[in-house]
Design a protein around this ligand. Structure first.
Ligand SMILES: *[C@@H]1O[C@H](CO)[C@@H](O)[C@H](O)[C@H]1NC(C)=O
Ligand SMILES: *[C@@H]1O[C@H](CO)[C@@H](O)[C@H](O)[C@H]1NC(C)=O
Ligand SMILES: *[C@@H]1O[C@H](CO)[C@@H](O)[C@H](O)[C@H]1NC(C)=O
Ligand SMILES: *[C@@H]1O[C@H](CO)[C@@H](O)[C@H](O)[C@H]1NC(C)=O
Ligand SMILES: *[C@@H]1O[C@H](CO)[C@@H](O)[C@H](O)[C@H]1NC(C)=O
Length: 252
């Protein structure tokens, strides 16, 4: 049964390529509501003129947030807002955005270098219950099989629904064997990405979670970029370790 499913899965991937589009179903399934302090680096990135647009991001310091370039798309800084210090989708504080830096090598298709930095106009005050920076990684956790990471977001939480979750959700995933994941996705997983999934296939991300953090020990390991949403198998992340010097160059 397992191999039969795998065969179908590979067939779909080959026919349509990895569907690196905004996710259109799911939630942080099997996830739980976050409590104060569980993910204080989490922000929501919103388009003030378009209430349907949302993705996640992580606080790096008083002015900078990191997200995916695909979250920003072609939206200019003037149309973005960062919402922080909240577990509730409409809560906390919002800040205008003065600058967006998408990675110079970002490619939408095939997906690669999917990372962007967002500078806020006002200061992101640290030290509140739900507002604190996340650390950048000092080693490549994706090289260790079985590392556990926590994902978070307000992404859609019912199958097929367009409703965002009102409460921030958390879910735990395990970093997958990268060789196997690359095989499954026909090598569309570049060295700048990694795959993770829940061993029991109960937790996965939904629309609106992309751009958000995958953390371990208060350190940002990955940025959610997509899931193969027809199978709900793997979530795909940008490997932050590969971008530490790029990030530091721009935010310091
Ligand atoms: C709002 O954003 C969504 C997703 O990016 C898009 O599909 C929709 O057309 C936008 N609506 C307006 C009014 O711009
Ligand atoms: C962004 O703009 C580029 C260049 O005009 C275009 O190729 C691309 O499809 C646009 N992306 C989105 C998500 O609209
Ligand atoms: C962008 O891609 C080129 C060619 O693959 C590579 O040499 C360069 O180092 C990349 N730039 C950054 C900032 O990673
Ligand atoms: C989500 O809905 C689709 C279509 O209705 C279904 O095939 C799929 O099994 C559902 N997934 C979950 C996790 O309920
Ligand atoms: C990772 O774990 C998988 C499944 O447990 C195993 O098959 C694989 O050989 C491991 N890979 C490495 C690099 O340790």
């Amino acid at each position: 049964m397992y191999f039969f499913e795998l065969f179908l899965f590979v067939g779909v991937v080959n026919a349509g390529h990895l569907s690196l589009e905004p996710m259109n179903e799911g939630k942080i399934f099997g996830g739980q509501d976050a409590k104060d302090g569980d993910a204080p680096w989490q922000v929501a990135i919103q388009k003030p003129l378009n209430r349907t647009f949302l993705c996640g991001g992580s606080i790096l310091n008083k002015h900078w947030v990191v997200t995916s370039a695909s979250c920003i798309g072609n939206t200019s800084a003037a149309f973005l807002k960062v919402r922080y210090n909240t577990l509730k989708l409409g809560g906390g504080f919002t800040l205008f955005v003065t600058k967006v830096i998408k990675h110079e090598n970002y490619s939408e298709y095939p997906r690669d270098y999917d990372i962007a930095l967002v500078r806020t106009l006002g200061i992101i005050f640290p030290g509140r219950k739900n507002s604190n920076p996340i650390k950048l990684p000092e080693k490549d956790e994706t090289k260790t099989n079985g590392t556990q990471i926590t994902i978070s977001g307000w992404g859609t939480y019912t199958n097929g629904s367009e409703e965002y979750s009102q409460n921030l959700k958390l879910g735990k995933l395990t970093i997958s064997d990268q060789t196997k994941c690359k095989q499954i996705y026909s090598n569309e997983i570049t060295d700048r990405m990694f795959c993770a999934k829940d061993d029991k296939s109960k937790v996965y991300s939904g629309k609106g979670d992309d751009g958000g953090p995958a953390s371990k020990d208060k350190t940002l390991i990955g940025i959610l970029i997509t899931q193969y949403h027809k199978c709900n198998e793997y979530d795909i992340f940008t490997n932050v370790y590969q971008f530490v010097s790029w990030i530091k160059k721009h935010i310091n």
